[in-house]
Design a binder for this molecule. Structure first.
Ligand SMILES: [Zn+2]
Length: 482
């Protein structure tokens, strides 16, 4: 990740997105007397925070204090990256540029602190700048405090609000901000950013190869730099051609991993499949790309089976199996874009496929499409046992809980979890809930599911959701069905 850190954009002209560059240049072209608040919105990984720091530099750069014109060229707008303000903002040591993470502790203390100190003049800079990341996560209380501040901001302060979920930011705040939308970079935009690194590093890369790397990085500058770094290290000082890049990827094992993975699917061997996924995950293989390879292979198999194309090699899948696999892989493919863990959709797809036999005859008809219906509903048996165990879990002698409540709880529990993480909700659907010594225990059907649920943040979420529904504090344990 050396390239990524070294070549993080430091100027407006180095930002990936053309529309963002244009919008910022146009704004500052009229001088540095800018709006009090900015709102940067768009998916994660598109450089919103980098852009926020650049804007902070543009506003506070010492070079700009001397410019009094109101019609500025792009090079006049760019920060010099040399003065005290610029260098300390880059290193994160500037007292007048404060970064608040709305996601941690939901900003209560920080916004309170902000309210108290907002009227104090900046230390050295011309403006105090507050960068608030994930602003949609702030509590209502913190939002109201922020809104008050935005209504009457002191002249010496500016706010840069960033969010991945624009629709959750109240309209009252949006209307007071200069909005910049960050969209996924196009292949050409990524290629442009990569060329900046290629030039600075003096690496020789064919134009075709740069485009290929850009295409593989799917709009992520971070992924693109990672790929470029990998090939540039492995190629030594040699010219990187498109062919070299493709061969390099084959040696990384994507093709052979795809063949092995198809074997694992054939054997319905989840363990083997999970090992392959873990291996390629460590190699930094792009899962969307990997799933595309699998989809291509199964598509070819389908055409062969239907006699649409000639083939010497025979495959042992039935047409109905290939159809089902294409369907599961397509779902995994579309989910990969939004997955917190890139490999999770493929893992879930694999587990569902491998367990189909053990789930039995109900699977085909009852597995509905889409993430929510990924797993068949709990069987009648598990409903009864969860009902009983739930009574034991919450039904102290003094409270009367009707048996009907039990599945209701687990159902609303799953639905609530789904709002936060639909993949975990999918895992929960295949589990049962029980009570052991006053604790709620979620019984997972595989080690893989157990590990997913036990992950620190996930467990925290499950307990929080259970607490919201049941009130009081709730401990949750995850166990494995014996
Ligand atoms: Zn400067």
């Amino acid at each position: 990740m050396v390239f990524y850190r070294t070549y993080r954009p430091q100027k407006i002209s180095e930002l990936d997105s053309q529309s963002v560059r244009e919008s910022l240049f146009a704004l500052f072209a009229k001088g540095f007397d800018v709006p009090h608040a900015f709102l940067f919105s768009g998916p994660k990984g598109l450089g919103k925070t980098s852009a926020a720091r650049i804007v902070a530099k543009v506003i506070n750069c010492e070079k700009h204090a001397k410019i009094k014109k109101t019609k500025l060229t792009e090079s006049e707008i760019e920060p010099d990256s040399k003065c005290f303000q610029c260098t300390s903002i880059t290193s994160g040591a500037n007292f007048d540029v404060l970064e608040i993470d709305g996601a941690s502790n939901r900003g209560i203390d920080e916004i309170r602190d902000l309210k108290e100190k907002i009227n104090l003049l900046p230390n050295k800079a011309s403006k105090k700048i507050y960068i608030i990341d994930e602003v949609h996560m702030l509590t209502t209380e913190a939002f109201n405090a922020l809104l008050k501040t935005l209504e009457e901001p002191p002249n010496h302060a500016a706010f840069i609000l960033c969010t991945t979920e624009f629709h959750k930011v109240p309209q009252t705040i949006v209307s007071r901000c200069f909005r910049v939308d960050f969209k996924k970079a196009t292949d050409d935009e990524i290629a442009r950013s990569l060329s900046r690194i290629i030039k600075a590093e003096g690496i020789k890369v064919e134009k075709d190869a740069v485009l290929e790397i850009a295409r593989m990085s799917d709009g992520s500058f971070r992924d693109g730099t990672k790929l470029l770094e990998e090939v540039s290290i492995s190629s030594g000082k040699k010219n990187i051609t498109r062919q070299y890049f493709e061969e390099k990827f084959n040696t990384l094992g994507v093709n052979s991993a795809a063949v092995q993975f198809i074997d694992a699917l054939m054997e319905r061997n989840a363990k083997k499949g999970l090992e392959i996924i873990s291996k390629i995950s460590k190699q930094g293989v792009d899962f969307k790309f990997f799933i595309e390879k699998l989809l291509n292979s199964f598509h070819l198999m389908l055409l062969q089976k239907l006699g649409a194309i000639d083939s010497k090699s025979e495959n042992s899948f039935e047409v109905s199996e290939i159809k089902k696999l294409l369907e599961l892989l397509s779902i995994a493919h579309s989910e990969t874009k939004f997955a917190v863990l890139a490999q999770l959709p493929l893992e879930l797809m694999l587990v569902e496929w491998s367990e189909k036999d053990t789930i039995g005859s109900q699977s085909d008809e009852q597995t509905s499409r889409g993430p929510a219906g990924r797993f068949p509903p709990a069987s009648a048996h598990s409903n009864i046992s969860s009902e009983k165990s739930f009574l034991r879990a919450v039904g102290s002698p003094s409270t009367s809980v009707t048996p009907r409540k039990a599945p209701d709880f687990y159902e609303s529990f799953i639905n609530e979890v789904k709002l936060h993480n639909h993949l975990i909700a999918g895992v929960l659907r295949s589990c049962e809930i029980e009570n052991t010594n006053g604790k709620l225990t979620i019984v997972a059907i595989s080690k893989f599911h157990k590990e997913k649920l036990e992950d620190g943040k996930t467990l925290e979420l499950l307990e929080k959701v259970a607490k919201n529904i049941l009130g009081g504090s709730v401990k949750i344990e995850i166990s494995l069905r014996g």
